[in-house]
Write a protein that binds this ligand. Structure first.
Ligand code: ATP
Ligand code: LTN
Length: 332
């Protein structure tokens, strides 16, 4: 088979994915379905590293599935599944934890950032071991490519290091995956604070453009986005982080180049430009939101699709796991 394996995951940590998730990662997920053997996973176990509320958590997992399908992940062409449905993830996760060094795990910036945010005492052990479970997600499927946003680069590097270490010590077992990280759109910033990334768990949603938000809410967020000194619509990430972020968003969704947009808005103010960005965003998201809401009306059907996905995923995952156990000398 000449098709390449693709694997990625996303946490069901909010009612809605945001435009950063879409432009940084999910848009690539959709594109990579063509010509590849793609596995996409809703990583509910990873989400347990934060606060959860059971009823809401269940709802969010299903809403994540609905949004993924609505934005173009086809359950027929790809394998779409929930991480906790495939127990091999935990099983290989443990092996990865036994392979990783305490020092290298301590250097993971996502862990450092997230544990610093909540205070050292509130950080869970699971937050620390999170990257090893992620490595297991990837290595189980012998993935060639892992489409993610820029913030995940370090976790992919760790995954490669762990795979190399295992292969060297115990014999060829895992393929070394490569990150598939876009240059444009790889990092979308918060509209209110354009120096930090747009994030589901940032605390405030005022600067976060959500797929499931109403058109009115998203228009309002864009119109009240923080802008920069001056009045010129120009891409300059240092001096004009707010406007540059909006230019990136417009360009990624409209398919028009940044310089084309700069020319169009030359001599016009920020107000006109924001109006145009709002229109592009709202019209792009409208059909996605509607389709997701439609899918959520039939929960049983959605769950059935996810079970079918998990059955397909398990076939591949169990093969890798038994090969791993064998190479480790675990008695069968
Ligand atoms: P959380 O705040 O709960 O960590 P998040 O909003 O950062 O969530 P994740 O579930 O961690 O989202 O990420 C899903 C995917 O979206 C990842 O591949 C990540 O790289 C990408 N991503 C997240 N935020 C952005 C962003 N602001 N710009 C570009 N890509 C992003
Ligand atoms: N850590 C990732 C989510 C994630 C993931 C994965 C991404 C978990 N497992 C496997 C790619 C491949 C995040 O925070 N975005």
């Amino acid at each position: 088979m000449t098709q390449k394996r693709v694997l990625s995951g996303i946490q069901p940590t909010s009612d809605s994915f945001h435009l950063g998730n879409y432009l940084g990662a999910l848009k690539q997920w959709v594109e990579l379905q063509d010509g590849n053997d793609a596995f996409y996973c809703i990583v509910d176990l990873h989400a347990l590293t934060g606060e959860i509320e059971p009823a809401l958590f269940r709802k969010r997992t299903l809403a994540s599935a609905a949004q993924l399908i609505a934005l173009g992940i086809s359950p027929e062409r790809s394998t779409l599944f929930v991480q906790s449905h495939v127990a091999e993830h935990n099983q290989l996760g443990w092996i990865m934890e036994c392979l990783a060094g305490f020092g290298e795990a301590s250097r993971m910036t996502q862990f450092k950032d997230k544990s610093a945010k909540g205070g050292a005492d509130s950080a869970r052990v699971g937050l620390f071991t999170y990257p090893m479970l992620q490595a297991a997600d990837i290595l189980l499927y012998q993935a060639h490519y892992v489409p993610v946003g820029e913030d995940q680069r370090q976790h992919i590097e760790l995954t490669r290091d762990l795979a190399t270490r295992f292969n060297t010590r115990f014999g060829q077992t895992f393929r070394l995956p490569e990150g598939h990280i876009l240059k444009a759109g790889a990092k979308i910033y918060d509209l209110q604070d354009p120096t930090s990334k747009m994030s589901k768990s940032s605390g405030s949603v005022a600067g976060v453009l959500e797929i499931m938000d109403t058109p009115e809410a998203n228009t309002k967020k864009i119109k009240s986005a923080a802008t920069d000194a001056g009045r010129e619509v120009k891409f300059d990430e240092k001096e004009k982080p707010g406007i540059s972020n909006l230019l990136t968003i417009h360009s990624a969704l409209s398919g028009r180049s940044i310089s084309e947009l700069e020319n169009e808005f030359e001599g016009k103010g920020y107000g006109d430009f924001k109006g145009a960005v709002a229109e592009v965003v709202v019209e792009y998201l409208r059909p996605i939101r509607e389709r997701a809401l439609e899918l959520l009306e039939d929960e049983n059907h959605l769950i059935e699709l996810l079970h079918t996905g998990a059955d397909k995923a398990r076939v591949v995952a169990s093969q890798t796991l038994s090969h791993t156990y064998k190479n480790l000398g675990l008695v069968k």
